[in-house]
Write a protein that binds this ligand. Structure first.
Ligand code: PMP
Length: 399
């Protein structure tokens, strides 16, 4: 049975880290990761998380099964974070939320649910480029996946005309996966005016928006980065949201995320929730306890919540400072190309504009690892390595 099974290709991003780990050069830097490192190059454990865990440990609570859709207080906290506590989608019971295994889990159960209820041949559109796993998740659920124009390398901005054209020409009822903020991998987001037009085009065609919010708080702030979700909630359009707290709580391995679906009314919402539970039941039965318990404690406690906002704010500010330092470092290294776009990009990543050959040269000559698309993780830069990285990029560009 297995003798003819071919070897699957390595995950392009995890493969970068494997190669980095095997490198013995002391000056090596891994910019290929998708995680936030602090100023000492370490993965942080947030103080708010530590406190919530101390409180939980003191309870010595037994670990029974959770309900299929997870911890109710967690699901409610996710909705409040997305829509604001007084939102009509909450008070009108139009939104349903299920705890999920990270943002990936939210996307997966959302994809499986959509596949059950959308007509055969429904196409899913993801941005060009997008987070690698979007295509794999939706194809894995049985959809045909196409891309919509997004990044314009010439302007380091958005090909907005291309995006609008695709929204208008796609078959009505298509699914559009949209990054709510801090686009991965480019760092380039739509402006509020552009979102308004996208929303109108989605509504006109009866498309199904699937918003992915994995970096809330890393762009302009928690509220600010959630504005897009609220704009969608202000319409009557049904939509999906996948939330991830991996980055914003630095809880990667705990797999904390959620799927939220906003429907037309409370009755429709109840029916969809019952179907979502069936999807979850035959995937993994019910979600884990710890991570969601920590996140709900932080979100539902005023003091811990303020602490989280301040710790997340510090991560955001540090990343912005590193963007500035990298641009300054590149100029100081004698590059005359304009890299100021790096400062305009948002979130953890930057599409640096480096070619696959230049990324290869960075690795071979300097022990600096990035994704071959030229994506670099700005959150992996710090005061100690940013100059080295800038000089290495300058030398590769001068080749
Ligand atoms: N969506 C995007 C755009 C992401 O970048 C990521 C994580 N890299 C995810 C979803 C998944 O997040 P999680 O690790 O919580 O599954």
């Amino acid at each position: 049975l297995f003798s003819a099974v071919p070897l699957a290709p390595r995950d392009p991003i995890l493969g970068v880290t494997e190669a980095y780990n095997a490198d013995t050069r002391p000056t090596k830097v891994n910019l290929g990761v998708g995680v936030y490192y602090d100023e000492n190059g370490k993965l942080p454990l947030l103080e708010c998380v530590r406190t919530a865990e101390d409180q939980l440990n003191a309870l010595h609570a037994p670990r029974g099964y959770l309900p299929i859709d997870g911890i109710a207080l967690y699901d409610q906290a996710v909705q409040k974070l997305l829509f604001g506590a007084q939102s009509p989608v909450i008070t009108g019971k139009r939104a349903i939320t299920a705890e999920a295994l990270g943002g990936t889990g939210g996307l997966k159960i959302g994809a499986d649910l959509l596949r059950r209820f959308t007509p055969e041949g429904t196409t899913v559109y993801i941005s060009n480029p997008s987070w690698e796993n979007h295509r794999a998740i939706f194809e894995g659920a049985g959809f045909e996946v196409q891309t919509y124009p997004y990044y314009d390398a010439a302007t380091h901005g958005v090909d907005f005309d291309g995006l609008l054209k695709c929204l208008k020409e796609a078959r009505p009822g298509s699914i559009f996966v949209l990054h709510a903020c801090c686009h991965n991998p480019t760092g380039v987001d739509l402006s509020p005016e552009q979102w308004t037009q996208v929303l109108a085009a989605l509504q006109a065609a009866g498309h199904v928006p699937f918003l992915d919010i994995a970096y809330q708080g890393f762009g302009d702030g928690i509220e600010e980065d959630g504005a897009v979700i609220r704009a969608f909630a202000a319409t009557s359009l049904p939509f999906f949201v996948s939330s991830s707290f991996s980055k914003s709580f630095s809880l990667y391995g705990e797999r904390v995320g959620a799927l939220t679906v906003v429907l037309s009314d409370a009755d429709e919402a109840a029916r969809v929730l019952s179907q979502l539970k069936r999807v979850i039941r035959c995937n993994y039965s019910n979600p884990p306890t710890h991570g969601a318990q920590v996140v709900q404690r932080v979100l539902n406690d005023d003091t811990l919540r303020r602490q989280w906002e301040s710790e997340l704010g510090a991560m955001r500010v540090r990343i912005k400072a590193m963007r500035k330092a990298l641009v300054a470092g590149l100029a100081a290294a004698g590059i005359d190309r304009d890299f100021s776009f790096i400062e305009r990009q948002r979130g953890m990543f930057s599409y640096s504009g480096l070619t696959a050959d230049q990324v290869e040269a960075l690795k071979v000559d300097h022990g600096i690892y990035a994704v071959s698309s030229g994506r670099i993780c700005v959150a992996a830069l710090n005061d100690k390595n940013v100059e080295t990285v800038a000089r290495a990029i300058a030398s590769v560009l001068a080749k």
